[in-house]
Ligand binder design. Structure first.
Ligand code: PRP
Ligand code: URA
Length: 213
């Protein structure tokens, strides 16, 4: 087992709906259309928690009856899906954060070495966002997430949060050790990685199940 799971920067929200939906997500009988819908719903539950303390500033407005003092989010938020599987979480993140920008980073794991191989990004320098919320369903070795966060930091992005669905203990530890400043949200941390680099019990290949490839 990993060593960082009690860190205040690793969040595993407890929620009955999360447990119910994650069970259906893992089930091999769940077809792609339902799988995608579950990914959306679980992402929203996690994002509600992951955005709980975003900074706001006061804003004065009027209801039809009276003036009131409300609040507005202060930061330009960026949603950063790691291609491809992160795309499955992107639309639901946009639905919740309609003013967020979406920036893409592409890494594909080499199936033999398990090393993340970079193939695309569209990150502007200097950055056009104040905070990046990186989304990718799986943290297996942690390599893809670690490399993505490093790339975001290289472009000058200072504040980053990571939201995934399922992690392996060794990958979550590696991610947390490499980027201790980045808070991590997951629906579950599973038991281990198998010899092929798959999370067990996990949910299989997230990209393939989302895209039906
Ligand atoms: C999967 C997943 C993560 C990565 C996790 O993507 O979506 O990005 O593997 O593994 P790691 O923690 O060991 O890096 P994959 O590279 O299979 O690409 P895909 O999303 O296009 O299927
Ligand atoms: N990527 C996935 O999609 N699933 C795993 O179990 C590991 C990496």
């Amino acid at each position: 087992m990993g060593t960082h799971h009690n860190s205040p920067n690793i969040h595993l929200p407890k929620h009955a709906l999360l447990e119910h939906k994650l069970t259906r997500l893992r089930d091999k009988e769940t077809p792609p259309a339902v799988f995608r819908k579950l990914v959306h719903e679980i992402t929203q539950i996690l994002l509600i928690d992951a955005t709980r303390d975003l900074p706001t500033h006061p804003e004065s407005r009027h209801t039809p009856l009276a003036a009131f003092s409300g609040a507005t989010l202060s930061q330009q938020i960026g949603i950063v899906p790691i291609l491809r599987a992160g795309l499955g979480m992107c639309e639901s993140a946009q639905a919740l954060l309609p003013l967020a920008r979406v920036l893409h980073v592409g890494f594909a794991r080499n199936e033999e070495t398990l090393e993340p191989c970079f193939y695309y990004d569209n990150l502007p320098i200097p950055p056009n966002i104040d905070i990046a919320i990186v989304v990718d369903p799986m943290v297996a070795t942690g390599g893809s997430a670690i490399a993505t966060l490093s790339r975001l930091k290289e472009t000058g992005i200072r504040e980053i949060r990571f939201v995934g669905l399922v992690g392996a203990p060794e990958g979550v530890d590696a991610l947390h050790s490499a980027h201790t400043d980045v808070p991590i949200w997951l629906a579950a941390i599973d038991t281990h990685l198998n010899e092929c680099g798959y999370i067990v019990p996990g949910l299989g290949d997230a990209g393939d199940r989302i895209m039906d490839t």
